[in-house]
Design a binder for this molecule. Structure first.
Ligand SMILES: [Zn+2]
Length: 423
């Protein structure tokens, strides 16, 4: 995601204007926390067991987990969680795994999310190849299998070092993230008012994303009774309505390219009809609309809908819209600016600094953290490793960087959930 420049001050709107929830505010990470003996032991555990972490990362990557087909990967995660004492583990109807590591009391409730699903087909070649330059190559190795391996390792490390936190820590291994964050939306709906903060592990190191890109995926459908070509004169015509609507959509002016908050849309798929010699009873196309500004998201969606409604009327057909994905927008950079001072953003920045990395903060994002952001729960997404080409067959990750991924995750979790006295 490209960083977005700070821009023109607009009145704050809707969700993004509400204050952040104020329930127990954790301290920002400090070096002293990392240097406590128990925390050093946990970091040392990750260091000493990094070869096992990499082996598990490879094992996980080679288990196919296309969105909605995460069962086998989830079974592996469940089996590993069962070996870690003291955790409460459960699985919900759609396949999200929830782990609770209880705190000693009086701290915030921290929710850590890592999605298990990938975009890669179940029959894709997922065999991981290690290159001499220290990189690992396989579809899904980076997005988001590295996070799942990191998360498991931090749970083991906390136990090995007997780390106690005041707050309860929830680890949610989500499903269907790649289908519009469906797993996390489901989880959040079933755990309302629980999370004080949400940290999603997703994206590359050293990213810290504290905003949410709004994404509406719509399927626009135009229907009519249909008619043979010979009888088609002046009949209701779904294909003509769809064509007129697409033309209309592309006549909607976009903000100038220099605008600090871009809006973009795209008609990516079209279909309908089965024969050459008849008006099709249905023609459809898809629209992908994106912006971080909630007001602009509504405004452009309304304009697109108006084009479709007008086109349907002009050609005498019925118009319906089906949402394929509906992820709300988190807010403009100036609206989100106060969040930069919150421990949810300060802590990952300070942790990365402690590990000799400089955070790249952006007021956007497209991860499970979005669900918290649009519900006004302080939330952030953090990187899991260095890598690239995600969602492609040439996906890769830097092996050594995953150690920093796991260690930074551990430090962020213990800081935000507040360290208690050693147990
Ligand atoms: Zn991801």
């Amino acid at each position: 995601m490209a960083a977005m420049k700070l821009g023109i001050l607009l009145l704050a709107t809707m969700l993004s204007a509400a204050p952040l929830s104020q329930s127990p505010t954790p301290a920002v990470f400090t070096k002293a926390m990392a240097e406590r003996p128990d925390v050093r032991a946990a970091l040392g555990y990750i260091d000493a067991n990094f070869d096992k972490q990499v082996a598990e990362w490879i094992t996980l990557t080679e288990i196919p987990a296309l969105s909605t087909h995460e069962e086998k990967r989830a079974a592996y995660v469940m089996a590993e969680l069962a070996k870690i004492p003291g955790l409460e583990v459960s699985k919900d109807e759609i396949g999200n795994i929830t782990v609770i590591r209880r705190g000693t009391g009086g701290g915030p409730t921290l929710v850590m999310a890592a999605h298990m699903d990938t975009v890669h087909p179940m029959d894709a070649d997922l065999k991981v190849k290690k290159l001499p330059d220290g990189t690992l190559h396989a579809p899904g190795i980076f997005d988001n299998t590295a996070s799942v391996a990191n998360a498991l390792q931090t749970l083991r490390a906390m136990n090995a070092a007997k780390i106690r936190t005041k707050g309860d820590i929830y680890y949610v291994f989500t499903v269907q993230e790649e289908l519009g964050l469906k797993g996390m939306y489901y989880w959040f709906d079933h755990h309302p008012n629980l999370a004080t903060m949400i940290v999603a592990s997703d994206g590359g190191l050293p990213d810290v994303n504290y905003g949410a890109l709004g994404i509406y995926w719509s399927k626009m459908k135009f229907t009519a009774p249909g008619a043979h070509t010979l009888n088609s004169r002046n009949q209701p015509h779904p294909a003509r309505a769809a064509a007129a609507c697409i033309t209309g959509i592309y006549s909607i002016p976009l903000p100038p390219a220099s605008d600090p908050v871009p809006v973009i849309y795209n008609v990516g798929m079209m279909g309908g009809g089965t024969v050459v010699n008849a008006i099709a009873p249905e023609n459809w196309f898809t629209v992908d609309l994106r912006t971080i500004d909630p007001a602009l998201l509504q405004q452009f969606d309304a304009q697109i809908m108006a084009q479709c409604t007008a086109a349907a009327a002009a050609f005498g057909v019925t118009f319906t819209r089906e949402f394929i994905q509906k992820s709300e927008a988190g807010g403009r950079p100036e609206t989100l600016a106060p969040r930069l001072a919150h421990p949810i953003v300060r802590t990952p920045i300070e942790v990365l600094k402690y590990l000799d990395m400089t955070a790249i903060t952006t007021p956007t994002g497209s991860t499970d953290a979005n669900v918290g952001i649009v519900h006004n729960v302080p939330s952030v997404s953090i990187g899991r490793a260095k890598g690239g080409n995600q969602h492609s067959l040439s996906e890769w990750a830097d092996e050594a960087s995953a150690k920093f991924g796991a260690q930074s995750l551990l430090l962020i979790v213990i800081a935000l959930a507040e360290l208690a006295n050693p147990g």
